[in-house]
Structures are given as structure tokens and as C-alpha cells.
Write a protein that binds this ligand. Structure first.
Ligand code: BES
Ligand code: ZN
Ligand code: ZN
Length: 556
């Protein structure tokens, strides 16, 4: 049954208004008076509880979770400080359904709702025992060209996420979400905001299922759910412990996600295949571990012709990076279970592209292994040979990502790609440069840059262009024993740029981009709609980029 029809029925069956009436539209100057009077009335004869805190009392007569749903409704800030806040159309409709009570309660229970702030009301309507009103900020917020993102969408994601979490705290199993004028952003906020990795805990947070409130914009809502589930898959893979997500387990998980699509082929290449491909740089990293390496190769054929030039995604898949013989400090080393974030984001982007049935061909390549110290591990000063014949002096075994990627990038050139895009948690220096604000993009193609950049404005998972100067190339090609050193000659200076310059030595394609995602690997509290933990960024930007490419003519 459509929610709108159900709401109509409820109103006809019994009076929906359960609270004493105040005039529905209040001039701003009367507000202080109204607040005083209403507060007296509410304390005298209010039949049900309302709460302006996150955890109000349970409304008597209304059992949480017994059929009732949570409801998240948006409200815009007023343009002028004095003016009344403005509901979204769903908020307005709900307020009418409860005879203006929502507006009245909002007026009496505190100052106007600021962006990202919430108020909970209990007992307004039998179908929705708890209603969370969330502040959306200014109604006309659009693209902010200082911030390089669509602020309106970001505000919706953040507000909906916090509203849904409050419903989760109340242990209500289902929440209807106001589309807030952009159902895709609302769905992303809900699905991303509720996600948490708790697979290995016996006591789990209650599961809350978000649903669209009303029947309009259901396609956009579903698109948002699919985008967010894609990012959540990457978060899951990155967050999971390294003893659970080994190279083979990673590959099997992706294979399982893609099994139902008839236009997808997954090849899980074993070590013997990697050896026949002469991927000496990749193998040199893998041989330090007892866990065998895997080269995962995905072909998604969504294009009009199976032989249309594909977009090729390549992702660094180090399922644990201890640093190898150049061992990392033990403090914080556990975070290196997410050093397969490049592989996780590109593979999740392909799973999402398949779910969206995007009309283009995509190939995904993920070299997967562990970087461990052992008697068989690379030693500083060792020289290895990559697939294209170039020799590499391994001056620091912790700069292992570029070794895997060197071989995978060589292999990527077999497919006559429209574009090659690789993602990798490659350097700590990238985190130093931009922190978690944006993914660093090093590219030889302004066409590719424009597509990535424009995609990121929509998703809010931003990118920032970084240099690929010859200046940095000189620092990796000046090497005593081999064609290249795996670290820059001036050690830490410009570390993200020397790593990118190193990768460039394995690229001949004219549209290539390297995304250094080390800075955006995890979230503390910077992105308000992601909980603390591994972030799965920039999966949605990769998906949006692929969607844009599928609409672009093949002429670059
Ligand atoms: N996986 C790390 C980079 C990293 C650091 C990712 C922090 C996410 C968060 C990479 O393999 C690495 O260790 N790089 C070294 C390179 C250095 C030895 C030239 C680094 O950044 O310190
Ligand atoms: Zn490393
Ligand atoms: Zn690494």
C-alpha cells in the first residue's frame, strides 16, 4: 500500500490530532508569548509526551517497534534570522495531517533548528510513534564553488544520517525518510549513516531499514540506495580484519557479489598465472607472505557492443601492509588492513555499475597480496623486474603499492582502454598534503580530470588535482642499480608526487589517472554521514564518473 494512501486512511478513521491546538501560522513577533502560553498548556493537558532531546521518554500507549515506524522530516533554515523555518513538502503534508501540531511543537521547544541539528517528537501520529525533524540548512543551497561540492546535497545526506541514527537509538526497526527534494541524496544519507561493521560482535546494533516517505522520486531513492550500498561494500571490505579478508577471501567476496549478473565475468588468477605474466614486481611483494597472491580480473560488459573500448579500473589490493622488512611502527599498524582500499573501491564501483546496469564496458584489475617480513621477503636494495621489463630497486619495502600497481598498469594496456583509472592507499604523504578533504588525482588527461571533478561535485566525495611534473620523475629515475627506485631521492619531500611519477613510468595510455586515496581511507568525524571507521571513499565518485562516461561520446 502506498504510504500516502495509508496516511489518508488513518486520518479518516480517527482524529489524527492528538495534541491541543494552537494557531497553525504564527507571526514571528508573537512567538515568545506563544511559547509561554503553549508551554503552560502543554504541561497541563498534553496527552502524550514530546521531547526535544535525542532520547525522550517513551510515549505512553505507543510501543516502539510494534508496527509503528520512525519518520525523518526535513526543515530548512529561514533566510532571515527572524522568519519561521520552512518545512519540506513532506514535512508540510505531515504537519497538515496532525493539524499543525508539528509546527506548534517546533515553535515552543527551542530556537529554530540549525543545519544538522534535530528534534524528536513522540506520539504525534499512531503510524509514526517517533518523528525526528532534521535541519537542512538553507533551502537554495546548491553548488558551492569554494567548497567544490553541492552543499544542498551534502546537507541532506548529513541531516538524514543523523535523523536515522536517532531512530536506531530508539530501536525502531523501520524509518521512513523525507526525500527532502533530492531523494538520491536522502537515500545516501540514510544508508551510509546507518552502516556499521559489527559482523564479528555478538551484541549488534538494532537493524533499521530506511524507506522513502511518500511515493514520489522512488527511482532517485533507489539510485541513492544503490550508490550507498556500493560504498558500504567497500567500507565492509576495508574494515574487516586482515585474517578475514585475505587475497582469496576478497576475490571470492567480489565474485559472489557479481555472480547474478550474466554480463559479468570474474577471473580469479592464481600465483602461477601471475608468474606467467612476468609480474616480477608484484610477486616480489607477495613472496614475503604465507598467504598466496591473487590477481582479480573483472569484465563488466554493459556497453552496446562487447568490443566497445572499456574503462579500466585498477586497485591496490594489499590486504595487510606491515611494511615488510622496512617494518612500520606497531602503533596504528592495524589500520593497514585497509591497504586494499583501492581494490575495494574500484571493485565495489563495478558491482554498483552492474546493479545500475550502466551502459558501458568496465574492466577491473586488482593485484591482491600481503606485505609481510619474512626470510623470503624483499630486502632493501633488492632489484626486481616489472612486466614491461623495467628494473626497480626496492629501496624501501614499505613502498610496496607502486610495485603491485606497476605490473597491473602494464597489464591494463592490453585492453585498448578509453581510460585507465587506478586507486590506491599509496602514500602517507597524501594524507599530509590534503588530509581527508579530498582524494588526490594525478592525471595526464584534462578530459579525464574534468569528468572525475564534475562527478565529485555531485557526490560530495571530492577530488583535487595534483602535479605529475618531470621534476618528480627525475627523483625516481636517478637510481644506482636499476631503471627506477621505488622511493624518491629526497626521501619524504613530495612523497605523493614521487609515487605518482613512479607509476607514470608504467603508463603509455593518453587518458590515465592515479587516485591516491590514503588521506580519505578512514573517517573520524570529518564526514558527518559516515560513522568512525574505514570510509570506502571515493566509491560513489567512481560510480558517478563511470555513469558520466557512459553518457559521453567516445570522442575525447
Ligand atoms: N600503505 C602505505 C601508505 C598509507 C599510509 C596508506 C597511511 C594509508 C595511510 C604505503 O604502502 C606506504 O607505506 N608508503 C610509504 C612510502 C614511503 C616508504 C616512501 C609511506 O607513505 O610512508
Ligand atoms: Zn607500505
Ligand atoms: Zn601500502
Amino acid at each position: 500500500m502506498r504510504p500516502s494512501a495509508r496516511r489518508g486512511q488513518v486520518a479518516a478513521r480517527r482524529p489524527a490530532c492528538l495534541l491541543p491546538c494552537l494557531p497553525p501560522f504564527l507571526p514571528a513577533m508573537l512567538l515568545p508569548w506563544v511559547r509561554r502560553v503553549a508551554a503552560r498548556r502543554l504541561s497541563r493537558d498534553l496527552p502524550l509526551a514530546c521531547s526535544c532531546t535525542a532520547q525522550g521518554p517513551s510515549p505512553r500507549g505507543y510501543s516502539r517497534g510494534a508496527g509503528g515506524k520512525g519518520l525523518v522530516l526535513g526543515i530548512y533554515s529561514s533566510e532571515k534570522d527572524e522568519g519561521a523555518a520552512q518545512f519540506t513538502s513532506a514535512g508540510d503534508a505531515f504537519d497538515r495531517l496532525v493539524c499543525g501540531k508539528l509546527r506548534e511543537l517546533l515553535a515552543v521547544c527551542g530556537p529554530p533548528l540549525k543545519k544538522g541539528k534535530t528534534r524528536i517528537f513522540h506520539g504525534l501520529h499512531q503510524d509514526f510513534p517517533s518523528v525526528v525533524v532534521v535541519g537542512l540548512g538553507k533551502k537554495n543551497a546548491g553548488v558551492n564553488d569554494q567548497e567544490n561540492w553541492n552543499e544542498g546535497k551534502e546537507n541532506i545526506r548529513a541531516a538524514v544520517a543523523v535523523g536515522c541514527r536517532q531512530i536506531q537509538d530508539l530501536e525502531i526497526p523501520c524509518v521512513e525518510v523525507d526525500p527532502c527534494g533530492d531523494a538520491q541524496a536522502a537515500a545516501e544519507g540514510a544508508v551510509l549513516g546507518l552502516h556499521e561493521y559489527n559482523e564479528l560482535k555478538q551484541k549488534k546494533k538494532p537493524v533499521v531499514t530506511p524507506q522513502l516517505h511518500g511515493s514520489a522520486e522512488s527511482e532517485a531513492w533507489q539510485k541513492g540506495v544503490t550508490y550507498a550500498e556500493g560504498q558500504n561494500l567497500a567500507r565492509y571490505l576495508m574494515e574487516a580484519p586482515a585474517n578475514y579478508i585475505t587475497p582469496i577471501k576478497f576475490a571470492e567476496r567480489i565474485e559472489q557479489k557479481l555472480r547474478s549478473f550474466s554480463n559479468v565475468k570474474v577471473h580469479i588468477r592464481p600465483e602461477s598465472w601471475i608468474a606467467t605474466q612476468q609480474m616480477g614486481a608484484f610477486l616480489s611483494v607477495a613472496k614475503g607472505s604465507a598467504e598466496p597472491p591473487i590477481f582479480l580480473e573483472i569484465h563488466y560488459l554493459g556497453g552496446a557492443n562487447t568490443n566497445d573500448s572499456p574503462l579500466v579500473f585498477v586497485g591496490k589490493g594489499v590486504t595487510f601492509d606491515s611494511g615488510g622488512i622496512s617494518l612500520k611502527p606497531s602503533s596504528g599498524m592495524d589500520a593497514m588492513r585497509a591497504d586494499m582500499g583501492g581494490a575495494a573501491t574500484v571493485c565495489s564501483a563495478i558491482v554498483t555499475a552492474a546493479a545500475l546496469n550502466l551502459p558501458l564496458n568496465i574492466i577491473g584489475l586488482a593485484p591482491l597480496c600481503e606485505n609481510m617480513p619474512s626470510g623470503k621477503a624483499n630486502k632493501p636494495g633488492d632489484v626486481v623486474r616489472a612486466k614491461n621489463g623495467k628494473t626497480i630497486q626496492v629501496d624501501n619495502t614499505d613502498a610496496e603499492g607502486r610495485l603491485l600497481l606497476a605490473d597491473a598498469l602494464c597489464y591494463a594496456h592490453n585492453f585498448n582502454a578509453r581510460a585507465i583509472v587506478n586507486a590506491a592507499t599509496l602514500t602517507g604523504a597524501m594524507d599530509v598534503a590534503l588530509g581527508s578533504a579530498a582524494t588526490g588525482v594525478f592525471t595526464n588527461s584534462s578530459w579525464l580530470w574534468t569528468h572525475l571533478y564534475e562527478a565529485s561535485i555531485l557526490t560530495g566525495d571530492r577530488v583535487w588535482r595534483m602535479p605529475l611534473f618531470e621534476h618528480y620523475t627525475k627523483q625516481v629515475t636517478d637510481c644506482p642499480l636499476a631503471d627506477l627506485s621505488n622511493i624518491g631521492k629526497y626521501s619524504r619531500a613530495g612523497g605523493a608526487c614521487t609515487a605518482a611519477a613512479f607509476l607514470k613510468e608504467f603508463v603509455t595510455a593518453s587518458h590515465w589517472a592515479h587516485l591516491d586515496i590514503a588521506g580519505v581511507m578512514s573517517n573520524k568525524d570529518e564526514v558527518p554521514y559516515l560513522r568512525k571507521g574505514m570510509a570506502g571513499r571515493p566509491t560513489r565518485t567512481l560510480v558517478e564518473f563511470a555513469a558520466r562516461l557512459s553518457q559521453d561520446s567516445h570522442n575525447t
